[in-house]
Design a protein around this ligand. Structure first.
Ligand code: ADP
Ligand code: MG
Length: 166
């Protein structure tokens, strides 16, 4: 399994990283965002949206559960922090969203429902670093679809890379 260890030192850098990720995503992709409140999950999604040519303001879909935005691809943006049971996954139509081959699906707190998710995904884990604006960000490529993009992904995130492991 491939991982990349990254670092950003501002919210704008995390947005720029998200924008860089847009160069390697394809329709049908799933990105799981893990990390505590304030870690930067929504900031990263804002950058991804910008990279996909989405003009809407992207905010955390905490109360509505899922937001849709249209750019070069659609973006389905979910926050499952408040999900209590798998019934809510069905309520929000998660599996239909994941079947949308013209969309990228981003799930904040998605690690909490990992066992319900497909086996092809990019997991982005954000953690607080030493300074207030430092974030340690790790990418984990799960499944062949992502493994095949390892090199392209590594190039895209090179400006923020601390180390890469095979
Ligand atoms: P989450 O969705 O994980 O709860 P948000 O993206 O909504 O987090 O908020 C992140 C907060 O942390 C914002 O207030 C942002 O300005 C701040 N911040 C400071 N440094 C960074 C950084 N390097 N990356 C992302 N956010 C940062
Ligand atoms: Mg958020």
């Amino acid at each position: 399994m491939s991982t990349f260890a990254l670092h950003t030192s501002s919210v704008d850098a995390t947005r720029a990283l998200g924008e860089a990720l847009a160069t390697v995503v394809r329709g049908g992709d799933l990105i799981v965002l893990a990390g505590d409140l304030g870690a930067g999950k929504t900031a990263l999604t804002q950058g991804l949206g910008r990279g996909l040519g989405i003009d809407d303001a992207i905010t955390s879909p905490t109360y509505t559960l899922a937001h849709q935005h249209q750019g070069e691809l659609r973006l389905h943006h979910l926050d499952v922090y408040r999900f209590e049971a798998s019934a809510e996954i069905l309520d929000v139509g998660l599996f239909e969203l994941l079947d949308d081959s013209e969309a990228v699906t981003v799930i904040e707190w998605g690690d909490a429902i990992m066992s319900s998710l497909p086996a092809q995904l990019l997991e982005v884990q954000l953690e607080l670093g030493d300074g207030d604006d430092d974030r340690i960000i790790s990418l984990r490529l799960v499944g062949e679809e992502w493994a095949a993009r390892r090199r392209a992904l590594g190039e895209a995130v090179a400006p923020w890379t601390l180390e890469a492991e095979a």
